[in-house]
Design a protein around this ligand. Structure first.
Ligand code: 5AD
Ligand code: SF4
Length: 339
């Protein structure tokens, strides 16, 4: 691969790679070669169902935070969630991602019942949960009724940075514990963080990568930080697209087998951002399957895309756009490659 000989295990070499654009082309080339080796030209699609915008947490960066009282909130019923799955199934989705804020009204019993119903009605589909921190017992219950994947971004591996982005009631240690609990229970686990989060340094990102090397996540979600106007971090600068793409390539190289989405945040901050993500080494897209009437209300950050190619209903256009990047949108479960 040319004269590319930087060792990403070495912190000072990694710092250099992260801080300059000099190696981007080589990184992307290697990432694509690796991705092709593990996954061919497949891009997996996940149907995202944002079923509750209520959250008991108060993360400083997120529009769903509890203290954002200006936001109109919603919850979907069990029947509405199942109707989203039905629509998704007909469109060809074989993975449903149930995502919400940390909403105590969705108790363990209710969540388990919803997961069981989806699992029973769509036995050929994977159920992914993304509902935040719960006890190991709760996670066990969801696994028993059929959940097999869990997305829980670690947000920041540095205790100091974590404390700058979250109130003192939340802890980096507990977040990590949840991730290891999930792993131990047999879930395919997704971790990740925001690129260019306020106060984040290159050293922090290196800590994130090293933490992930100990966790060995199956899925990796990274996207640029995008400010949200009703949060305490409303005036902070957005994250960089270039650094996000560089990190997607680095993730692919460090975690060859990983399922890495080209995130909505990337598509929101730059037209064509999702496609750039795929070309940098991502292999998953997550169009929105939530009912159209609530989509605008899941306002994690400003101007979040939820229509067009981000909408499950825009699948044909998405298929073409994926094909134009040289890949193929496939409709199977897309479990993680053996590693
Ligand atoms: N910009 C980008 N991503 C965000 N998230 C939360 N707020 C923002 C923001 N302002 C991400 C977090 C979280 C998920 C719900 O979305 O990483 O895990
Ligand atoms: Fe809630 Fe997640 Fe937003 Fe934090 S990032 S406020 S836990 S939805």
């Amino acid at each position: 691969m040319g004269n590319f000989s930087l060792n990403l295990q070495d912190d000072s070499a990694l710092k250099k790679v992260l801080e300059t654009g000099e190696y981007d082309k080589e990184l992307a080339e290697i990432a694509l070669e690796i991705r092709r080796h593990y996954y061919g030209d497949a891009v997996y699609m996940r149907g995202l169902i944002e079923f509750s915008s209520y959250c008991r947490c108060n993360c400083y960066y997120c529009g769903l935070r509890r203290d954002n009282t200006g936001l109109e909130r919603y919850r979907l019923t069990r029947e509405e969630i199942l109707a989203c799955c039905q629509e998704g199934w007909e469109l060809g989705f074989r993975t449903f991602v149930l995502q919400s804020g940390e909403d105590p009204q969705f108790t363990d019993a209710i969540m388990a019942e919803i997961v069981a119903a989806i699992h029973e009605r769509f036995p050929d589909c994977a159920v992914t949960l993304s509902i935040g921190e719960r006890s190991k017992e709760s996670y066990r219950k969801f696994f028993q009724v059929g959940a097999r994947r869990y997305l829980l971004r670690h947000e920041a591996a540095s205790t100091e940075l974590y404390a700058k982005l979250h109130p003192a009631t939340m802890s980096c240690a507990h977040r990590r514990q949840c991730l290891f609990d999930l792993k131990e229970l047999g879930y395919q686990v997704g971790a990740g963080f925001m690129v260019g989060a306020p106060f984040q340094t290159t050293e922090n990102i290196i800590e994130d990568l090293r933490f992930m090397q100990t966790l060995k996540p199956d899925m990796i979600g990274i996207g640029p930080f995008i400010h949200q106007s009703s949060t305490p971090l409303a005036t902070c600068a957005n994250g960089s697209v270039e650094l996000t793409l560089r990190l997607i390539s680095i993730m692919r190289i460090l975690f060859p087998y990983a399922l890495i989405p080209a995130t909505t945040a990337l598509g929101t901050i730059r037209p064509g951002g999702r496609e750039l993500g795929l070309k940098a080494g991502a292999n998953v897209v997550m169009p929105n399957l939530s009912p159209v009437r609530v989509r605008g209300q899941y306002a994690i950050y400003d101007d979040k895309l939820s229509t067009g190619l981000e909408a499950a209903q825009g699948l044909e256009a998405l298929r073409q756009s994926v094909a134009a990047c040289g890949f193929r949108l496939v409709s199977d479960r897309g479990d993680v490659a053996k590693h």
